[in-house]
Design a protein. Sequence first.
Length: 635
Amino acid sequence: MIYGRYSGGNSPNRDFKIAVLTLIIIFSLSLYAVRLFTIQVISGKQYREDTDKISTDYDELPAQRGEIFDRNNNVALVINTDSFAVELTTGNIPKGYYDTVTTKLAQYLGISKSSIDEKIKGRYNSYAPVQVKRNVPLNIISNIAENITDFPGVTWKNKPNRNYLESGSISHVLGYVGTITDEELNLNYNKGYKDGDVIGKTGIEKQYDLILKGKPGRVKRIVDAQRRVLNSLTDIEAPESGKKLVLTIDTTIQQLAEQALGERVGSIVVLKPATGEILAMVSYPYYDNNLFSSDDSNLLYKKTTQMPNNPFLNRAVNAEYPPASTFKIIMTTALLNENAYPEEKTILCPGSINYGNRIFRCHVYRSGGRHGPLNLKNALAQSCDVYYWIAGRDYLGVDTIGEYAHEFGLGDSLQLDLPADTQKTGLVPSPAYHERKTHKEWLGGDTMNMSIGQGDNLVTPLHIADMMAMVCNSGVIYKPHLLKEIRDPVTDDIIQTIQPEVLKKADNISPEVWKKVQADLRYVITDGTPQYPLANKSVQIAGKTGTGEDSSLLADHWHSWMVTYAPYNAKPEDQVVVSVLVDGVNKWEWWAPYASNIVLQGIFNDQTYEEAVESLPNVKYELTYGRSSSRGRQE
């Protein structure tokens, strides 16, 4: 057999295959090179940042919340105390020891093991710490630290706790803090808040939360993919404490007013008319702000809401009442300024008048009496309903009365620096409002009710305080406020001082009218209905009583008003206004004027509650024998 000889040369087909393979290799290498260039150069910075995020963790350092002091900056109202939060990292617990560790930890913390299990649920073998209890005192932490070998995975953090040193009647002013809710987080997402933050819930704590909260710091740490700590870095960002707040509240006056009101449902407001500063704001019943620092805060909140007369309600600004005869201050001003009826001309009070199909009875009628003929000055002093019924219906009219009521701030927001949802604007009724509400025409009888502060008239005790402030200032109301200063938490230097700001100004009322109204209000105290309970030899008082009726109250229950200012003959900057409201849920005792006298006696004589009562024989007698409770209703 003869075979052909292989020459060993390059065939055209083989050369083609080698060329194709070479191109493929070159193309592949080019792709890899481009991709490598993209990763390392073009996208290198982003990948390095992503890698840094994955491998870097931050441990937050809580900021101290700003403290709150009284107006003299020497009495702390709210401070921070050391407290600890205990955390458990289940990934650091040796296998099979979870139940042993959590059972012993529960005993140390005074909680149930099931409560720990509930918080850990779904996070077993995790290296993310879980908070199992907050507000743990130092002695418990010390006990755990001494036996730390028994507690693998257990750590703790210092978390300052809010401590309300004054937690009586000032609770409504200060408010309290709590963990931010999902709803609050959604509303404040663009203000630097995050899940787990502490936020003000009510009062000053809520109103000035952004100033008080401070800025947390952080410590940078290296962790692996499972969040286990590999190394702590020295990169520490220190926290910034919240600003210190100095309030307008005078704790001495606050305590005096609280004791003067006693355990009567109601409110007392003490105001500086020349600046709008609130020296005291009492509302009873009240609650203990410190209750909300515990792990049982939700349960305690629910229990408090179920208590009688709603301790969370700030009756000074968030409860509405008929102004009753205190409204006659506005009526007197309107009558004088409009020259609607000669001030010396009398109107006969026979004890009652007939109008339409109804008999309107003056308060004096209830004791079988009548006032007889009265001019304006004596009508105010004796709080004669008949005089103001006729004057309002026949000489002023509903529209003029309404205009003056708004001039004094009634029916409008007073813009107090507390959360807006905790303030009522009150109501000045009008024919249009009446028709929308009742689908009935406004009648003369409605004007009569309005003229003595009844009917649909509604105010808060702060409205009545501001009404009197306008009298003191001869036509000006300054915006009421609770914040006096913002200070640096470290140096205590003043950062901002709150300046008086005009809220209402009655330019249309003449100075002569204001002088007359002031004199008439002094006459009310010296010769009018409250001359006995407000007898005071140390300070001249001016003011007006009021008795508000409520169809829902029992026969022997009325709202008792007293609004005063003193000294009568002083400059506004030296005066104070006191507005007292004793709610009609209390059995009638006509306590409001006595409480006013105690507060004014204490303020202007630098006396405690006990010393003020001892200096006022009439008040002491009332407290001892309950004289007014047997005298029936007074105006």
